[in-house]
Design a protein. Structure first.
Length: 603
């Protein structure tokens, strides 16, 4: 019977039982207090956090404004492009994910890590960080098929620029590419992966083209998959722009310069509108938009024909005999010449121990100002250069727009060079020599001009002396930058001489004659290097390409209220009339609605 009861000494102490019960009660109190803190005191905060984990905001890319020519023909548009983004918040294994992305896209793993490192500070954890900006359809299909196995990776659809004419307008339009560090620092509206204008009008008009991004709200599950979306603010497309360029004329200019290095400018002298702007050779701006490899960039950069160079505004050349127009204008302005007075040209001029020869060995005989321009007599301008001197020529040339930027809405324009005594002393530490006046008077020596500067100057001769800013946008009002210091009577003397250069029996620009159209012109042959006696004996076609003279043809034409200025420069084209003349003639045939013919273009 006693075995049914335990000994009193073997029963647990009451104090221990009370302690255990107290600990259990305390534990429940702690849990209850914690639940109260989380659910009630911090309930609203954590509810908002949970909502944010479920709902995200994403940006919607705005399409860039479209570009059209003066007749409404489309020059650029936007097409959908695919990029690979990484949402860090959903990524469970960053190292493995980046390695997989490298395998899928072919991108170097170290480069991907560097991209991630640079971009993570600028991209929020729940927004896609762009790792690969240009995916092929095959890559998109692979990524979408494996998306469940790699949380955090998503395909981002963005508008991508496409240039419908490619190389034809690349020096005008430029191109867009991904924004760099400097651009991101300078513009708070830009985000990593955004495309911005890098060259041409795309760069100059970036803010107008860009538009405004939209926002959308996404509902996602625990793996980051999108369940629902709602547009908070739609994207606003950038501004559409109409250019002054005539696409048909531009295409003809590109065709005529194919295989050559040179430039063509067609300008309306009354308002400064540019109808054609051709720099040859060119490059395909679409290759920059879609992504250029290091090898492709190296080939383009090291091309000996320099296709990246905008020869209309970035290349400067000796103007040769084209500059005689400015020197003649200078002589009229300073009343240093009477247009009717004659100068005898025996074929050379002596200055000290030096002999300066005319291009015509036997000389031109007695010539007045008009004769000298029509026949491009060097001796007449040698003697005029001696009378004027560098100070007068330099001062007038700068007032005529040479040696200064034209102000066209394109980056990296070069001002060219109009030398002076002060410039030479600073540049070489030497004094100006009398013989250099003679070289300057025929557009040789240190003088350098761009084709666009020549077109602007010639437009001022045609329009009454107004120096107009060259315009690339249609509908822009004429902007007068200054006036050349000449009277209308003096301007008429120059115009008449240029017309006689085309219509006269001894004119050097006779190739430009057109029935029913008044055409004035001036040829120019700009020496690149001083030819040796051996080179002088060679036939033109036997002279090495790099030693051949540059060929200029500058002109204006008028029929009714249709007035144009056309300037053409062919690098190493030998002679203005035969090298650049056929190009100008074909462009006038287009402008005056005649069917262009080959007429030896390219020969």
């Amino acid at each position: 019977m006693s075995s049914l009861y335990e000994a009193k000494s073997q029963q647990p102490p009451k104090t221990g039982l009370l302690l255990l019960q107290g600990l259990i009660l305390l534990l429940f109190c702690v849990f209850a207090l914690r639940f109260w803190f989380l659910q009630i005191h911090k309930g609203a905060y954590f509810a908002e956090q949970a909502k944010n984990n479920q709902l995200r905001q994403d940006r919607l890319y705005a399409p860039r404004g479209l570009i059209r020519d003066r007749t409404g023909k489309l020059l650029s548009l936007n097409e959908p492009a695919y990029a690979l983004g990484l949402v860090r918040e959903d990524c469970k294994d960053l190292e493995a994910t980046l390695k997989t992305v490298s395998e899928w896209t072919g991108e170097d793993l170290l480069k991907l890590k560097e991209t991630f490192k640079k971009s993570r500070k600028r991209v929020k954890p729940f927004e896609p960080l762009i790792l690969a900006p240009n995916l092929t359809f095959k890559q998109v299909a692979m990524i979408e098929a494996n998306a469940l196995h790699w949380p955090g990776l998503e395909v981002v659809v963005r508008p991508r620029r496409q240039y419908l004419q490619g190389p034809l307008l690349s020096h005008v339009l430029g191109y867009v590419a991904e924004s760099g560090e400097d651009e991101l620092e300078a513009d708070e509206d830009l985000a990593v992966g955004d495309f911005v204008g890098k060259q041409g009008l795309e760069s100059v008009l970036e803010k107008r083209f860009r538009g405004v991004k939209g926002r959308r709200q996404l509902e996602v599950d625990a793996t980051g998959r999108r369940l629902k979306e709602r547009i908070l603010s739609p994207p606003v497309a950038g501004e559409d722009i109409d250019l002054s360029i005539d696409l048909g004329l531009q295409e003809l200019g590109g065709k005529l310069l194919k295989g050559k290095a040179g430039a063509v400018v067609v300008m309306n002298p009354d308002n400064g509108q540019i109808l054609a702007f051709v720099s040859s050779p060119s490059y395909d701006n679409n290759s920059f938009t879609s992504g250029l490899s290091q090898k492709e960039w190296a080939e383009l950069r090291d091309d000996p024909m320099h296709p990246l160079q905008n020869r209309v505004i970035q290349s400067v050349y000796p103007p040769g005999s084209v500059f005689k127009i400015a020197v003649a204008a200078c002589g009229l302005h300073y009343n240093m010449i009477n247009p009717k007075d004659t100068v005898y040209c025996p074929g050379f001029v002596k200055l000290g121990k030096y002999t300066f020869r005319c291009w015509k060995r036997g000389g031109h005989g007695d010539v007045n100002l008009e004769d000298a321009l029509v026949q491009s007599c060097d001796v007449y301008f040698y003697k005029l250069g001696m009378k004027l001197g560098v100070d007068r020529i330099s001062d007038f040339a700068k007032k005529a727009g040479f040696g200064e930027l034209t102000g066209i809405s394109l980056p990296h324009e070069k001002p060219g060079l109009i030398p002076s005594r002060v410039w030479k002393r600073k540049r070489f530490g030497e004094m100006w020599h009398p013989g250099e006046n003679l070289n300057m008077a025929i557009g040789q020596g240190y003088t350098l001009t761009s084709p666009l500067q020549v077109a602007r100057f010639l437009s001022s001769i045609v329009n009454g002396g107004r120096l107009l800013r060259p315009q690339l946008l249609a509908g822009e009002p004429a902007e007068e930058q200054g006036r050349i210091p000449m009277t209308e009577e003096q301007l008429q003397i120059i115009r008449k001489a240029m017309i006689e250069t085309v219509d006269g029996p001894r004119g050097t620009a006779r190739r430009l004659r057109m029935k029913g159209v008044v055409v004035g012109g001036k040829t120019g042959t700009a020496q690149v290097v001083k030819l040796t006696d051996e080179l002088k004996k060679m036939k033109d076609e036997d002279i090495p390409y790099k030693y051949r003279d540059h060929a200029w043809m500058v002109s204006f034409a008028e029929r009714g209220d249709q007035r144009y200025v056309v300037v053409c420069l062919i690098e190493h084209g030998l002679h203005g009339g035969s090298g650049a003349g056929p190009v100008v003639k074909a462009l006038y045939k287009y402008l005056y609605a005649e069917q262009p013919k080959d007429e030896g273009v390219g020969n």
